[in-house]
Design a protein around this ligand. Structure first.
Ligand code: SAH
Length: 278
């Protein structure tokens, strides 16, 4: 495996801590860059609750591998700092993408204060994995061109202006993280925002996990009961979107990108076919 594009740390300097997106569960969905870092790491700290230990299968035999499941934030940062003093490459494996609900900045600040270099490698977020599992699209021409990644207020409060009732007024695609136990509240806030009980809803539990993924389809009115019936109450992505089910629509507005009359950087269209200047 080539790691030539990764910066070689000098032997004397303290190591670097890499926050690596492990992806949604299937180890094959980690980036090649992330996998190279796992292979080169002297120490790996992984978030045991969601990141499959399989993600560490490329680690060297003498790599120190620890599950952070029972650690506090202080213990996590102390561990990373201590390991960076011993190893050139230290990896913190995060579920999905590290920048989404990953406590990234809380971990980076103490590392900055300790003078430890930090880099982040992005990952496939669970919203994308859920849509892939269900063969659905987050955006569709003339339906919605906008996606909101959010969560519903539970123990963590939402900043002003970010209640679901407010965000849902756009009637765009909503990807709801960390909210599978709050389907009652989701329904009431979406009804307030003008959605109706027949709006399609998709829930994917353990998206991309080999052999464990569950796909539940329903409507705003019945998705809660369907999830209860299927015993889905954790590690699930909820998507509410006017795009859901489009695979079976008889008529579909097509993307301009592939329209025969639409020119773009890589393909010259035939202007006689359509005029698409808007
Ligand atoms: N950084 C992660 C999100 C962490 S918050 C990401 O980018 O995906 C944890 C929440 O992510 C869970 O409550 C769930 O809503 C979602 N999640 C993480 N992995 C998932 C998976 N494989 N399938 C469905 N949802 C998942």
């Amino acid at each position: 495996m080539s790691a030539s594009h990764l910066e070689e740390p000098s032997a004397t300097a303290a190591g670097k801590v890499w926050f690596v997106g492990a992806g949604p569960g299937d180890p094959d969905l980690m980036t090649l860059k992330g996998r190279d870092l796992v292979a080169r790491a002297g120490a790996i700290l992984y978030a045991g609750s969601l990141v499959a230990q399989a993600a560490t299968q490329w680690a060297a035999t003498d790599c120190v591998i620890t599950d952070s499941r029972d650690m506090t934030l202080e213990q996590i940062t102390a561990w990373l700092i201590a390991q960076a003093q011993r190893h050139a490459v230290v990896v913190r494996l995060q579920t999905g993408d590290p920048s989404l609900y990953g406590a990234l900045i809380e971990m980076v600040q103490p590392l900055d204060a300790a003078g430890i270099a930090v880099e982040v490698v992005p990952g496939v977020s669970s919203a994308m994995a859920a849509m892939a599992a269900a063969v659905e699209s987050l955006t569709l021409p003339e339906v919605t061109q906008t996606v909101i990644l959010t969560r519903v207020e539970g123990r963590t409060s939402m900043p002003a202006g970010e209640s679901l009732a407010e965000l849902a007024q756009h009637h765009c695609t909503l990807c709801l993280y960390l909210s599978i136990t709050l389907l009652k509240k989701i329904r009431s806030e979406l009804l307030q925002a003008g959605w109706t009980d027949d709006a399609p809803v998709l829930v994917v539990q353990k998206a991309s996990w080999p052999g464990e993924q569950k796909i539940i389809r329903g409507t705003l009115g019945d998705i809660r009961q369907r999830c209860i019936d299927a015993d889905v109450n954790s590690q699930a992505m909820i998507v509410v979107s006017p795009t859901l089910g489009a695979r079976h629509w008889p008529t579909l507005a097509k993307s301009k990108l592939y329209d025969a009359g639409f020119s773009h950087r890589f393909r010259r269209g035939n202007p006689m076919e359509h005029s698409l200047h808007d």
